[in-house]
Design a protein around this ligand. Sequence first.
Ligand code: ZN
Length: 182
Amino acid sequence: MERILDGYREFKKTADREAYGRLAKGQAPHTLVVSCSDSRIIPEAIFSAKPGELFVLRNVGNVCRLDDPSVACAVEYAVNHLKVGSLVVLAHSDCGAVKAVEHKEHLDSPGLVDWLCEECFDGCDLDSAIKASGIRQFERISTHPAVKAAVEAGHLEVGLLFFDLGTLGLARYNGKDWDRVC
Ligand SMILES: [Zn+2]
């Protein structure tokens, strides 16, 4: 716990008080990011975003189960109320959630079994299985009524990205294949 509190003290020394003063009055993020809880994946760092720019939903495996209230609620709040212009599903290399479903029978944690019960390992290697999982999440979230309505109205763009930790490469799914962003 002390490590966390030390981190906060350090943050407070350098925090942009003017910016936080503005943010104290409300938020207007431009993008909803659905990311993995993985400690190495920090959307604000990867996308050079400041506080107030990203509305982030994080869970194990960036899973977009619409029957999960926390997923449905974050999507509805971001799209209907905050009116974000973009929704990004962020998949990443070496994802433990996708690794876990390769041998589901070995999962001994009831929480993980329940959370990942609808997931599968679909691919010839880990990266391709992670990308296939990302596509499933992207397709699921695209069917949410709030997302569909906003996309049809031209207010929302939905995308799927794959971040490679080893190379810092970013790829974007184009509906068929993956384009390298940079
Ligand atoms: Zn992950």
